[in-house]
Ligand binder design. Structure first.
Ligand code: MG
Length: 320
């Protein structure tokens, strides 16, 4: 099969700058691509790099698209180097569409994957979370994610107490440190989470997990923390690409894995990994446009843990 590529880059500003412990993010940039085969069938894909998370940069992805010949063979898509995981995702998902591959997600047919109930909604960092969750709750969301490690520890721990007090009991809360905590701060957070969850006398929400407390270089320390606390831990930055996921799994990570399919690499190899291993996985957005988002949701429905919300509740961060 022969393919022709068309592509264009895009810039999509966030409604409000997104704050994480990596810093402030104002504009999502990426590439939309279209593959056409010789019989005129078309598939669309998206390359949404996140270089500070371990993927290629936007410039590297653009260079790859520019150097492709006008017409190329299917093998070219499956031979995209591991150093370009976002390109692997964008091209393979487009190729799947051209080839007519369609995964049937029967259990989700009555509950559309876009529905708020099956998605986790991202709250603003800091005090903004205290007011924003109410609107999202009214929109149907029951699982919320809050970025921590953005402000001073004492301020955020006090906010956690207020949030835990205010959130309805049916809510679930995920905390995401983006690898930005010290060991002391991680222990303080986990102790606070353990006691919120243990305090059944207040209307406390379930703290579902704490995501990536320490940087990826400190896997052993995170394994140790997970033994000492009842609040579950999830890896995200540590498992940004499929190779890292395989490595952390081999080392025996006992907790949850966050998969960002748009940057984890080849969807074909990701499916193979899930066939070989049963892991507790939550699929999550990297603020793609609708094209990458639908492709990611498809993989989430195929491979993710159905008992957990998916991490694609991010549309309220954009105007359109
Ligand atoms: Mg995360």
């Amino acid at each position: 099969m022969l393919y022709q590529l068309q592509f264009q880059s895009y810039r999509r500003p966030f409604k409000y700058p997104l704050q994480t412990s990596h810093g402030t993010w104002k504009v999502r940039e990426g590439i939309l691509l279209q593959l056409t085969n010789q019989t005129g069938q078309v598939g669309r894909g998206e390359i949404a790099p996140l270089s500070w998370f371990g993927s290629e940069t936007l410039e590297q992805a653009l260079d790859f698209c520019r150097q492709l010949p006008t017409i190329f063979m299917e093998d070219t898509i499956f031979d995209i180097p591991y150093a370009l995981p976002a390109c692997q995702f964008g091209f393979e998902m487009a190729q799947e569409q051209v080839s007519g591959f369609r995964f049937q997600v029967s259990e989700f047919e009555e509950q559309p994957m876009d529905s708020a109930l099956v998605q986790s909604a991202l709250l603003p960092a800091g005090e903004g979370a205290l007011s924003v969750w109410k609107k999202l709750w009214q929109a149907g969301y029951r699982t919320f994610k809050w970025k921590i490690g953005v402000e001073a520890l004492e301020i955020e721990l006090a906010l956690l107490e207020r949030l835990a007090h205010d959130l309805p009991k049916a809510a679930r809360l995920r905390l995401d440190a983006n690898g930005g905590l010290s060991m002391e701060a991680a222990i303080a957070w986990l102790s606070a989470c353990d006691s919120v969850s243990a305090d059944l006398s207040v209307r406390s929400p379930i703290i579902e997990y704490l995501e990536q407390p320490l940087p990826p270089s400190q896997l052993a320390q995170m394994m140790e923390l997970s033994k000492q606390h009842s609040t579950p831990l999830a890896l995200d930055e540590s498992v940004a690409t499929l190779a890292q996921l395989q490595d952390c799994h081999t080392q025996g990570w006992p907790g949850i894995f966050i998969i960002k399919p748009a940057i984890s690499g080849s969807p074909r190899r990701l499916r193979q990994f899930f066939q070989d291993h049963s892991i507790d996985a939550v699929f999550s957005s990297v603020f793609e446009t609708e094209i990458g988002r639908q492709a990611g949701l498809q993989l989430a429905a195929e491979l993710g843990n159905r008992d957990r919300a998916m991490g694609y509740g991010t549309e309220h961060w954009f105007d359109e």
